[in-house]
Design a protein around this ligand. Structure first.
Ligand code: B12
Ligand code: SF4
Ligand code: SF4
Length: 333
């Protein structure tokens, strides 16, 4: 464990460096902050290598690239010693309600993380602010920001830093906010005292496994992305295998099923950062429109939205599948 007295720069107050980090992060409205070092757990390495070897990552080849950095995140920053892990609560009841009512309005469901502005830019701006303010206290500090942008397991970092524990749905779950949290990291050369991991609280519960429409959670704590609706509707290019069309149901972009049933999300709190006033204009478009949406129109409507990730072609494909499922549902009623 690192000692605070090893910190190279003199902080501008009587607080310990760890206290300064925490206080600053909470002032910027991060919901969670924890500190860990850069050594990945051996379990994480074994799990990840097996996951790739078994082809469970599907076509996400970027995950197998950069394995050197993934297994040795110290390569990401010269002299890196600590990782400041942050989480931001993104839950919104209004966004969930919109999904519950989607079919009635001829729309598909969009995972709530993607309803508003792109979380990558929001988290990055918040991390830049954290970086800037910490450099006022530690002028010699060097750092590197990560939010989906670096070849590291952000969940593994969050687990090690004690801000959350691992659920069988593979999401990390915080005692205060459940699993509705985005993760980000500030990798730094500050030698900070590390926090302790939390125990998993799933116990004998299997609600997420039972609720997964496609059986993607075929092993507790491990996913087969090739069957996950989130992967199929966001990351996968080209056709989606026919046998998965029906289980996709009304999920137009992403999927929240394994989080919605989790008992630790029952007391979810409204996000103060990603509130329901922000909504991508593409959410107002009907399935009929989306089946035929043009490339330019899609680009315009998804500027600064995580929905841009599936590209116009993916959106047309997804809308076609959801429209077919909606039609089948209605003809059965
Ligand atoms: C690829 C990816 C996906 C893929 C694969 C998901 C998966 N479960 O692996 C797909 C497209 C399916 C996906 C979906 C979603 N994603 Co995603 N995704 C990522 C990304 C870019 C990489 C994840 C990865 O490397 N997966 C491979 C697996 C093997 O690794 P891992 O999940 O990191 O798990 C490690 C730890 O669990 C660790 N470990 C430690 N102790 C133990 C103990 C045991 C027993 C085991 C088994 C493992 C283990 O080992 C694992 C390997 O390193 C990360 C960002 C990042 N760079 O980390 C975001 C990320 C994981 N996604 C995120 C989100 C929000 C989502 C969705 C909720 C979005 C949605 N609603 O559609 C869904 C959730 C679906 C689900 N149940 O996972 C968040 C996670 C938030 C959270 N609270 O957990 C992240 C961190 C992005 C962010 N910056 O906030 N995602
Ligand atoms: S996101 Fe949906 S499809 Fe993927 S594991 Fe969770 S419930 Fe299953
Ligand atoms: S639904 Fe149950 S098994 Fe799944 S993550 Fe939540 S507590 Fe764990």
């Amino acid at each position: 464990m690192k000692k605070s007295s090893d910190v190279p720069a003199t902080p501008s107050s009587n607080h310990s460096p760890e206290e300064i980090v925490r206080k600053t992060a909470y002032e910027i409205e991060f919901s969670l902050v924890g500190i860990t070092d850069l050594t990945p757990t051996s379990r994480s390495k074994i799990v990840f290598d097996r996951w790739i070897r078994d082809g469970r990552h599907g076509d996400m080849r970027y995950l197998s690239a950069g394995a050197d950095k993934r297994h040795n995140p110290a390569l990401l920053l010269d002299g890196a010693k600590s990782v400041i892990c942050v989480g931001v609560n993104y839950y919104s009841e209004a966004k969930e309600r919109r999904n519950r009512n989607a079919a009635r309005h001829g729309n598909g469901m969009v995972a709530i993380y993607a309803h508003g502005g792109d979380y990558h830019s929001v988290m990055r701006e918040m991390l830049e602010e954290l970086d800037r303010r910490l450099k006022e206290s530690f002028p010699k500090m060097t750092s590197q920001i990560a939010v989906d942008t670096q070849p590291i397991s952000e969940r593994d970092m969050a687990l090690k830093s004690g801000i959350a524990w691992l659920g069988k749905n593979t999401c990390v779950i915080s005692p205060e906010f459940g699993s509705w949290i985005f993760l980000g990291e500030l990798i730094t050369d500050l030698p900070l005292e590390t926090d302790k991991p939390l125990e998993s609280l799933c116990g004998s519960c299997t609600k997420c496994i039972d609720a997964c429409p496609t059986g993607a959670l075929d092993e507790p704590f491990l996913i087969d992305a090739r069957k996950c609706i989130s992967y199929l509707t966001i990351e996968k290019r080209g056709d989606i295998p026919e046998y998965l069309h029906k289980p996709i149901g009304l999920n137009l972009f992403g999927c929240d099923a394994c989080q919605q049933v989790c008992p630790f999300n029952e007391s979810a709190r409204e996000s103060s950062v990603f509130d329901d006033r922000q909504q991508s204009p593409i959410l107002d478009r009907s399935l009929e429109d989306l089946v035929e949406i043009g490339d330019g129109e899609f680009k315009r409507l998804t500027r600064d939205s995580a929905i841009s990730r599936c590209k116009a072609e993916g959106m047309r494909r997804n809308a076609g599948i959801v429209a077919k499922n909606l039609c089948n549902d209605l003809s059965r009623d």
